[in-house]
Design a protein around this ligand. Structure first.
Ligand SMILES: [Zn+2]
Length: 111
């Protein structure tokens, strides 16, 4: 399965670029990267604008946040449409506690 060398996300074999990072996918991550960073889903976002706002807010707080457009995967896209969201915010598991706190601040400020 191809991987994105930047965010480490694994894609279907038919994908050639990471839609989040605009990076060309590689067959395997380079070994000097110390393996995959464990990531978690912070939240779902209803649309691209909200997603970008949440991502920017997290980045400003020093959290390396990835906005994952669910359209990248057909099945995820169908599921996302059914459940009424556009994408998700992905963060490193090590940042989870801080990120959740910051996301709460974001919701308080803009929600
Ligand atoms: Zn990526």
């Amino acid at each position: 399965m191809p991987f994105c060398p930047k965010c480490g996300y694994e894609y279907r074999p038919s994908m050639s670029r990471c839609p989040d990072c605009d990076e060309t996918l590689v067959a395997a991550l380079p070994p000097d990267q110390g393996g995959l960073i464990e990531t978690v889903e912070l939240c779902k976002v209803p649309d691209e604008v909200t997603g970008m706002a949440v991502q920017a807010y997290l980045l400003e707080a020093g959290i390396d946040a990835n906005l994952r457009d669910m359209r990248a995967s057909f099945y995820a896209n169908v599921l996302a449409n059914m459940q009424g969201y556009w994408g998700t915010i992905i963060i490193a598991k090590t940042d989870e506690q801080k990120a959740r706190q910051i996301y709460k601040e974001f919701q308080n400020a803009f929600g």
